[in-house]
Design a binder for this molecule. Sequence first.
Ligand code: CAA
Length: 257
Amino acid sequence: MNYKNIIVEELDNGVGIITLNRPEAYNAINNALLAEVSNAIKDFDANPDIAAVVLTGGEKVFAAGADIKELAELDFASAYQNEFIKKEWYALEHHIKPIIAAISGYALGGGCEMALLCDIAICDKSAKFGQPEVKIGTMPGAGGTQRLTKAIGKSKAMHLCLTGDIIDAEEAASFKLVSQIVDHDVKSEAIKIAQKIAKMSKPVVRLIKESINNAYESNLQAGLAAERQSFYTTLALEDRIEGMEAFIQKRPPNFKN
Ligand code: CAA
């Protein structure tokens, strides 16, 4: 695919990078940009050389939400019948390899929802988060009322979605919307995290990611049962034998995936 709205890079050490690149529209998420992100994610998921992905934007903006100029043309009947959002966001919702969001500047509306769909989100001090859809007479449609509520709790999610207020990096970290605020280049920090993950056993990483998503998406008993099953599964992996032997022999593990 010839990308016009994103930049895709593949580093030597198993890390893929997707950079949202529509600076003239503050990386507003239009259908074209979303299709490119979906395509890049699917390609990385299918690429055996890639172990983890970094999703980032520009220095001033991660993404300022769905493209309001495109949304303005949308009507109920066509959105409903064409399953607007459901199709377009599918790859992001079902990605396989860990994605780390590296956020500078605005992550608003669909931009905040995109960050919430990543497995890890980190930001720098310039980051600003919010769901301002209410101010333009609509509401979050790509998981904002659902994932945000799970991430930051009902009261704060209500506050953000009902007022459209924007919070800064410190507040986002205090509400666990991001795992870390960095005071240097957020993209290079995300790459470091991705590189650490890339050194681990790929099947074990996948089992852990699925298990944590179970905690996020199912009830406790179902999540515990699924976690136990995944743990048993790791016992069948050569990488597990290698990992434990390496620890006992005081050497780094040599995972074969
Ligand atoms: N859609 C389309 N264009 C956008 C945009 C968006 N979401 N956000 C910014 N832009 C464009 C502006 O139109 C402007 O373009 P022009 O120079 O051609 O006029 C350019 O980006 C810069 O924007 P501003 O001049 O407004 O920049 P600012 O620094 O004064 O303000 C901002 C920045 C606070 C992010 C402001 O642009 C803003 O409030 N943007 C809209 C945020 C928003 O409402 N997001 C929710 C969208 S709806 C959604 O996401 C639904 C969903 O869940 C699926």
